[in-house]
Design a protein around this ligand. Structure first.
Ligand code: ATP
Ligand code: MG
Length: 562
């Protein structure tokens, strides 16, 4: 992809890496990884982690792995594995070598667990869930040692082996690390490292009925892959002592360094996978890739560009303290990129017929217009001009003051990239609604002002005969409340924006849009940015999505309210 229009970022993680490189730590290698769990689609928060991990690798001549952290088979699926890979590629990143799976290390992880048992650092515990909770203690009280803590190495090895063979029921036994039940850090109170789960796995089938816990599997998988810097979000800070503990006890190929940063939170947006899944399952939205979803697939379908998302992630910086980013910043990154790169077109969303009475009936002129007014290299497009046109209902008034710089009965306006017309007559139906305008054009005004008059207003139009009929979906923010998921009394779904989708069934678009590719955003002049929907619609029934309005109408509402 063409590169971001930014400089090389120098965040606190880059500073750590630079220092490590200076000291020739890890033999001067940088190896990061992005470790999604395949239990949902990636969202804007993941995009931040992807950009960070891949960019740090790239700018330090290193590499970045993609590893599916697949230790919870019940919630995971191949659908998510495929979608995640597509999203990362679309963002413009390429992982090192093959895709990796924690599940392909299940045997190695099992062997490490056996090694821990042999070293007297792990034991099979047979407390049930309720007892285990009691023994665990609280934040203010130490826990108690499990009565099974002193089982012999032989007994532990035997029980663990039999757990693996499927001799016990779920919950009957678990393998626990033997650390410190009095530790002020709850994560260190003999955490479970293996539990019995009698379920099939999407990668390993029925080969296993014991599965490793995240904290055990993660650091060891990092070590197996030779990861140098294991970057994760702040909630894992308290898990770092455990991450290091496993690596210190075991004979591992290397000891990666875990570094935490603050997760990205965006207002007016929900990024909990569980809640996004709920919106999908309850059909509040049309799937994970609904154009209103903060998922990468949704944003792609909406018309976002990878560059806009990458620039946004870059602009939000990398910090150690949690904060909330205004969604306006994401929208700004999008507008900024589309304004620079999106081809221009004309689309009439609420068509009103205009007949140019002094234009010859069979005549059609092929007018030319730039694809982008500031970028000649994007070339030109052809606009057929004929006697019957459409303009937008909102661009006409029978009477108006000078502030209304559009078409008024008896007055003139310029048709963008075409002629100046004057409205001579208004045709109404029996209900008194305007159904057609009779206008005349001035043939001397193509690309120049009429003699002796200034025409200030410019409106967009399309030829009635040559334009394409289309459905246009006007998308807006999915939530109309800044923090939909932090309200204690009301469920996040209470804050869904009821007008997040408005469908316009009868729009008319410039003929050149017949060539539009799904996901490629166009600026419909004076209206906003739109792209052909990738999922619905066909050649005979075009469907366009509004990516974003030209201006931030939410900021205006907030300003007026404040
Ligand atoms: P789950 O609740 O399912 O664990 P998760 O958001 O942590 O959700 P993962 O698939 O485990 O999902 O995330 C993959 C990587 O993306 C992790 O390293 C995680 O820290 C990072 N990540 C997830 N959400 C964000 C976010 N909002 N900002 C930055 N990084 C994130
Ligand atoms: Mg996670």
């Amino acid at each position: 992809m063409d590169h971001q229009e930014t400089t090389r970022p120098n965040n606190f993680i880059q500073q750590i890496i630079s220092e490590d490189l200076k000291n020739n730590k890890n033999n001067g290698q940088v190896h990061t990884r992005f470790p999604p769990e395949p239990n949902g689609f990636l969202h804007i928060g993941h995009a931040k982690s992807i950009c960070l991990n891949f960019t740090l690798a790239e700018q330090n001549s290193g590499v970045c792995n993609l590893r599916f952290d697949d230790t919870n088979p019940e919630k995971e699926s191949q659908e998510f594995i495929d979608a995640i890979q597509e999203d990362i590629r679309w963002l413009g990143f390429q992982w090192e070598g093959e895709v990796r799976y924690t599940s392909s290390y299940f045997q190695a992880l099992y062997d490490y667990a056996v090694e821990l048992i042999q070293k007297g650092k792990a034991y099979v515990c047979s407390l049930n869930a309720e007892q285990a909770r009691e023994y665990r203690g609280t934040l203010t009280e130490p826990g108690k040692n499990s009565p099974y803590r002193e089982r012999s190495v032989e007994e532990n090895l035997d029980l663990f082996e039999r757990m693996r063979r499927g001799e016990f029921a779920e919950g009957e036994h678990a393998l626990r690390a033997k650390i410190d039940m009095a530790s002020p850090n709850m994560n260190m109170r003999d955490p479970i490292i293996y539990r019995i789960r009698k379920v099939d796995h999407h990668q390993t089938g029925d080969e296993w009925c014991v599965y490793p816990m995240y904290d055990f599997a993660h650091g060891l998988s990092d070590a197996i892959e030779g990861i140098t810097h294991s970057i994760c979000t702040l909630e894992f800070e308290d898990h770092r002592p455990l991450y290091d503990w496993f690596l210190d006890q075991l004979d591992v190929p290397c000891h990666p360094q875990q570094i935490e940063f603050a997760r990205l939170n965006v207002n007016y947006t929900v990024t909990s996978k569980r809640k996004l899944k709920q919106l999908v399952d309850e059909q509040v939205v049309d799937g994970w890739d609904d154009p209103r979803m903060p998922t990468i697939a949704g944003m792609r379908r909406r018309g976002f560009t990878p560059r806009a998302i990458r620039n946004f992630c870059e602009a939000t910086g990398v910090t150690k303290s949690e904060g909330v980013v205004d969604v306006g910043m994401l929208e700004h990154a999008l507008r900024d990129d589309l304004n620079k790169h999106a081809p221009r077109a004309m689309g009439v969303l609420h068509p009103l017929k205009v007949v140019i009475t002094n234009y010859p009936e069979d005549q059609v002129e092929q007018l030319t217009a730039p694809v982008h007014p500031q970028d000649e290299s994007m070339g030109t497009r052809t606009l057929p001009f004929a006697r019957e046109l459409f303009i937008d209902v909102e661009d006409f008034k029978e009477q108006a003051n000078k502030k209304f710089k559009r078409l008024v009965l008896g007055k003139e306006v310029r048709l963008r990239n075409a002629y100046v017309i004057r409205c001579d007559d208004v045709i109404k139906n029996q209900a008194g609604e305007i159904i057609e305008l009779r206008c005349s054009y001035d043939p001397e005004t193509l690309g120049k002002d009429p003699e002796g008059r200034k025409v200030k207003g410019v409106i967009h139009w399309v030829s009635a005969e040559h334009s394409l009929s289309a459905e246009v979906r006007l998308y807006d923010r999915l939530f109309d409340e800044a923090s939909p998921d932090s309200n204690k009394e009301r469920d996040f779904k209470a804050f869904l924006n009821k007008s997040s989708l408005q469908v316009l069934a009868e729009c008319r678009l410039e003929a050149s849009l017949a060539e539009a590719k799904p996901g490629q955003a166009y600026q419909f002049e004076r209206e906003g940015y739109f792209c052909l929907d990738s999922k619905e619609g066909s050649k005979d029934h075009l469907v366009f999505n509004r990516t974003i309005t030209l201006r931030d109408t939410w900021a205006k509402i907030a300003n007026e309210a404040g």
